[in-house]
Ligand binder design. Structure first.
Ligand SMILES: [Mg+2]
Length: 264
């Protein structure tokens, strides 16, 4: 068994986390322990900025392509396009929803355009590949991007054969995380028991619906403002893994080490 202190936890900074650490019996739904993580049957991995370093900044390229798409769609300059994009985001949650709902844009046209980016900035990740292959359980990708984007990225970072399936924005009926619908749909489509599942994500708010459904959660922190937890709302973040490869590797090893002890 590995010590809980191996990992950083958000909870000690919050009063509710402290209650859990001191009085686990009083918490009706305590944060899943590392032992439960190690017993995960199904892993849901976000793709972008979770499996590869956020410093690669693919989103800057995607964001630029979104602006270009809007410029071309409406015949407006980059500044006006940025304004319109902001409006879509505020009113509909995503640029795509705004384009679809307000303007009848074909989502495939938009998604193909914005994901046509340069992936040469992504490194190969052989250590993560090794860790994922050794990690027990099913592994699915749960992304607000597309299957085509996920396959290109996974191919580039060398993880193409590590996942059973990709559940993308098309499978989600174009309703992105953290809307609750895609979580329910994924669980049903792939026969996943949320009490035996763990979700791994860089966007803290995307872990909230997962925790509500009973999943364990691992937050992969980045420096992006929009990926941080809302102040005071950290109960849905059960574990924090700045180094995902190291975290999963330690978890796999703890499971293996614990087995002989349990039998003895
Ligand atoms: Mg992400």
């Amino acid at each position: 068994m590995i010590s809980r202190s191996v990992y950083n936890r958000v909870a000690p900074a919050s009063s509710s986390g402290l209650v859990w650490l001191i009085l686990p019996a009083m918490q009706t739904d305590p944060a899943p322990t590392l032992e439960r993580l190690a017993a995960t049957e199904t892993w849901l991995f976000d793709l972008d900025n979770t499996l590869y370093p956020a410093e690669c900044n693919l989103f800057a390229q995607i964001d630029r392509r979104m602006g270009e798409f809007i410029s071309r769609q409406f015949g407006i300059d980059a500044v006006a396009a940025k304004q319109r994009q902001k409006g879509f985001f505020q009113q509909h949650g995503t640029t795509l929803r705004g384009l679809m709902v307000d303007h009848g844009v074909d989502p495939a046209d938009f998604l193909n355009y914005v994901h046509d980016i340069d992936l040469s900035v992504l490194p190969a990740l052989p250590e993560l590949r090794q860790v994922l292959q050794a990690l027990p359980g099913r592994k699915l990708i749960f992304t607000n991007g597309t299957v085509a984007h996920a396959e290109r990225v996974l191919g580039r970072i060398g993880l193409a054969d590590c996942f059973e399936a990709v559940f993308d924005i098309v499978a989600s009926d174009y309703l992105p995380k953290p809307r609750p619908e895609p979580y329910d749909k994924l669980l049903a489509a792939h026969g996943v028991d949320p009490r035996r599942a763990t979700m791994v994500e860089d966007m803290a708010r995307n872990l909230a619906p997962a925790a509500r459904l009973g999943m364990a959660t691992i937050w992969v922190p980045t420096h992006s403002d929009w990926a941080q937890p809302v102040a005071g709302e950290t109960d849905h973040i059960h574990h924090v893994a700045p180094d995902l490869t190291g975290f999963l590797s330690a978890l796999s090893n703890s499971g293996r080490n614990a087995e002989p002890a349990a039998k003895g």
